[in-house]
Write a new protein. Structure first.
Length: 237
C-alpha cells in the first residue's frame, strides 16, 4: 500500500471509530433498578456490560451489600434512593417482591415516557409449598393503569435468577415472553434480553401479563415438586 493510500485508509478508519464510538454512546440508556436483590444483581451487571449506565434504587443505598453490587457492576454504576434513581432513567426495572410492588411504584413519582420493565410476580406460598397468584389481573396491568404515560413491559418474570446470570446453565435455549401495549418498548426490551443470551417472544398487549404471571406459578410449583423446567418457545422455520 503506498503512502497516500495508507494515510487515507488510516483517516477513514479513525473516522469510523469515532463515528461508531459516538453512536454506541448515544444509543446507551440509563437503566434504573428498583431493588437490589437477586434479579437486580443478575441483570444489572449484564446490562452494564452492554454499555448502559446503571442506577440502583435502594432504601439504604450506602448499605454494604448495595455498595458491593455497585462495585461488581462497574464504573458505570451508582446507587441512590428509589425516587432519585428514576429521574434521569430511560428504562426502569421493577425488581422488588411481588406483594409490595404497587406501593413501591407509587412512591417513584412521574415516570411518563419511560420504559418500565415489570419483573414482579404477586404470589403467595401455601402450606403445601406451592404458589398461587393473588391479584385479579396482574401487577403489570395495574402499574400501566397507575402510569398511563409510561410504557410497561412484562418481562424476565418466568425464569430463575440463576438462569439470568448464566443462560447456558439451562442446557438449551430459554425464551423470555414479553407483554406490553407499545411495540417500540417491547422491541427495546427484546434487544436487551437477546443481547444477554435469551430468545424472546412477543405475546401481545399488557392484558396478557396475567398469563405470564401464571406461567411463573407453574414454573415455581414444578421446581417445588422436584421437576424443574425452563420455558422455550420453539419458533417455526
Amino acid at each position: 500500500m503506498n503512502t497516500y493510500l495508507f494515510k487515507n485508509f488510516t483517516t477513514i478508519c479513525m473516522a469510523a471509530i469515532i463515528f461508531f464510538g459516538f453512536s454506541a454512546q448515544a444509543s446507551a440508556d440509563t437503566i434504573a433498578f428498583i431493588g437490589t436483590g437477586n434479579v437486580s444483581s443478575a441483570l444489572g451487571p449484564k446490562f452494564a456490560a452492554l454499555g448502559h449506565d446503571i442506577i440502583y434504587g435502594s432504601r439504604e443505598p450506602e448499605r454494604d451489600d448495595v455498595q458491593a453490587l455497585v462495585r461488581q457492576t462497574g464504573n458505570r454504576a451508582s446507587a441512590t434512593t428509589p425516587a432519585s434513581s428514576v429521574r434521569d432513567a430511560d428504562i426502569v426495572v421493577i425488581a422488588v417482591p411481588g406483594l409490595v410492588t404497587l406501593s413501591v411504584v407509587a412512591g417513584l413519582g412521574d415516570l411518563s415516557g419511560k420504559i418500565i420493565i415489570d419483573v414482579t410476580n404477586p404470589t403467595q406460598t401455601l402450606e403445601n409449598g406451592l404458589r398461587v397468584h393473588v391479584v385479579a389481573t396482574s401487577n403489570a396491568e395495574i402499574i400501566q393503569a397507575m402510569l398511563p404515560e409510561a410504557y410497561v413491559v412484562k418481562a424476565f418474570n418466568t425464569l430463575n435468577y440463576v438462569t439470568m446470570v448464566n443462560p447456558a446453565s439451562a442446557g438449551g435455549p430459554v425464551t423470555i415472553p414479553l407483554a406490553g401495549n407499545n411495540d417500540a418498548a417491547k422491541a427495546t426490551v427484546a434487544e436487551l434480553a437477546q443481547a444477554i443470551g435469551f430468545e424472546t417472544s412477543d405475546i401481545g398487549p399488557i392484558a396478557y401479563a396475567h398469563e405470564l404471571e401464571g406461567m411463573l406459578v407453574l414454573f415455581a410449583n414444578a421446581r417445588a415438586m422436584g421437576h424443574p423446567f425452563n420455558y422455550y418457545f420453539r419458533q417455526p422455520e
